[in-house]
Design a protein around this ligand. Sequence first.
Ligand SMILES: [Zn+2]
Length: 162
Amino acid sequence: MSILSILMGGSRNEQSSAPRDDCPLCTSEGGQLIWRGAFWRVVSIVDPHIPGYVRLILNRHCAEFTELAKPEQQQFFKLMIAIETLMRDTLAPEKINIASLGNYTPHQHWHFIPRWSDDAFFPDSIWSAAHREMSQRVRATRDAQATLLFAELPKVCAKAIY
Ligand SMILES: [Zn+2]
């Protein structure tokens, strides 16, 4: 019996948490690893349209948030607040989109997407058709801000869960 199933009172379906060979988030980090905790990891996504794009990914296979153990849910909220706060401080976006889809990859992962009114997709989601190109000057500024975000995230995440 795993520690998680003990925390769950033995009610967890062990089968659902086993790594799967057909899941890209079980077989890879799912981006550039920035920080890893006991339950969650943070990766950065290289997307030329969205500097500062981050994903918060569960370390085990599990499709739905309500299937998670209480400690996993509690850490998620602490990390969500920490990531959003640091994004606001370093990137000063006009909006932060936080999304959980998982239609292609039914493994809990959350997208943290800084948004600006001059980004390629605004005001639509980043999964819609691009409306414009970001200027080189703006892009360079935001890339520098994203570098700062990625450098600070490990400290902020580690602090958030203690
Ligand atoms: Zn998986």
